[in-house]
Ligand binder design. Structure first.
Ligand code: NCD
Length: 422
């Protein structure tokens, strides 16, 4: 009989696994690796973890387990909250916070080779890397679960879980919320996973980004094709809040957008990813068009929630912190409970309604090599690592291919999808 962690007698949704610690045969690289039920299972788990922490812990759910954090890019929240989560669960942590220079990557070792070794030292790997699709490479070759802590400009699924958890906790639910995604929507990975998550849970999305920083075409198209989510776009935050559409307004029959414009339930800000900008693009100048000041926030909805994955640079004024709508430090604090739930689920020490121990058939599409076709994204791992060959899955559009690593869409030169994926 499974043990109820809290002993509350309510439906056991998140409980200690009998014969604990077998591990699960799956990884988390994209938010789309989880079904909606699984996302909900993580949230229920996070609520349970938060409640256990309030009762003082300590927990021993992960005693005898080791988490390895392999970070090739700087991090404060993601790495430390994962490590804190593992410590609070009673497990041990191996940490590499500057793997680009302090691991064998500096000597030219490939991701695959590093992961093949690290998998013998730990039970769970959390990895952050500067190349798009790099964490998929790790997940493909590891025998232990791999959780992405962000890969290049691709995705940051655990940040999205923290973001959605914050919205659910502070706004009751995600469905029906009108969320403004503001900032560097092109190079920022958090907003890519978040846009998918919001669309899947039925939120409405408005994008606010200056020219050159808009959501990439493949993300926008996927939102529309797979989730039926049509986004509205502005180039300035003040215009978006004031409702001065830069695009022509829709007429009455299409009145939906009319009342959406001024009403944002959530303002989600992000910084310009200056480390990913081609030389010459001015980050500070770009940020001016979506900077949230106290004066501008006065014009926003009374109960709007201001979120930011952090770090902030110059897009979010420090005096906004005093406003009750500022939710970003609470958002960061929820990261520990969310990552405790994730760690326990992926290590297989708990089980939860709806969380499958192996990949679901719907979510695992077989990828193939296509002769003569390479990824068109110059940040893609398949172009940089000598032991990674380009692989593709069919994209929804007829004849289209999606890179199995960075998920950018590529059009094959001549042959159609039917022929390629027989
Ligand atoms: C983000 C990241 O690394 O993508 N930070 C985070 O994990 N909270 C956002 C950023 O660096 O701008």
């Amino acid at each position: 009989m499974a043990e109820d962690l809290l002993g509350t007698g309510r439906e056991v949704f998140f409980c200690r696994r009998p014969g604990r610690g077998v591990g699960v045969r799956r990884s988390l690289v994209s938010i789309n690796d989880l079904t909606n039920e699984e996302v909900e299972a993580v949230f229920v788990g996070a609520d349970e973890m938060a409640s256990l922490l309030r009762r003082g812990g300590p927990l021993d759910l992960c005693r005898g387990k080791i988490l390895c954090t392999l970070f090739y890019e700087p991090s404060t929240r993601t790495r430390l909250s994962f490590e804190s989560a593992m410590h609070r669960l009673g497990g041990a942590v191996l940490s590499t916070e500057n793997a680009r220079v302090s691991s064998s990557a500096a000597k030219g070792e490939t991701i695959r080779d590093s992961v093949r070794v690290v998998q013998h030292y730990a039970d769970l790997l959390v990895m952050r890397h500067y190349l798009d699709g790099s964490t998929r490479v790790a997940a493909e070759c590891a025998r232990i679960p791999v959780i992405s802590g962000g890969d290049g400009t691709h995705e940051h699924p655990t940040q999205t879980l923290c973001d959605l958890y914050t919205m659910r906790k502070e706004k009751g639910k995600v469905q029906g919320l009108h969320v403004a995604l503001c900032g560097d929507l092109r190079y920022g990975r958090t907003v890519h996973s978040l846009a998918y998550g919001l669309a899947r849970f039925g939120a409405r999305i408005t994008c606010v980004a200056p020219p050159g920083f808009q959501l990439p075409a493949h993300v926008r198209e996927r939102l529309l094709r797979e989730y039926g989510c049509r986004i509205r776009e502005f180039s300035r935050l003040d215009e978006a809040i004031a409702g001065e559409a830069s695009a022509p307004r829709r007429r009455s029959g299409d009145g939906l957008y009319q009342d959406l414009i001024e009403q944002f339930d959530v303002l989600y800000l992000t910084r310009v990813q200056k480390e990913r900008l081609p030389r010459g693009e001015g980050p500070a100048l770009a940020a001016e068009s979506f900077r949230l000041s106290r004066a501008l926030l006065r014009k926003a909805q009374e109960d709007a929630l201001v979120l930011h994955p952090l770090p902030r640079v110059n897009e979010l004024d420090y005096d906004v912190d005093e406003d009750k709508r500022a939710g970003y430090f609470r958002q960061a604090s929820y990261g520990v409970a969310v990552r405790m739930a994730l760690t326990a689920l992926f290590l297989g020490v708990v089980r939860s309604g709806g969380f499958a121990p192996g990949p679901r058939p719907r979510l695992s599409v077989r990828s193939v090599r296509v002769r003569g076709v390479r990824c068109i994204n110059d940040r893609c791992v398949s172009l940089s690592e000598p032991d990674v060959r380009p692989r593709f899955v069919p994209a929804a559009e007829a004849g289209g291919l999606r890179c199995a690593y960075c998920e950018v869409e590529v059009r094959p030169p001549t042959r159609g999808r039917g022929e390629l994926f027989r």
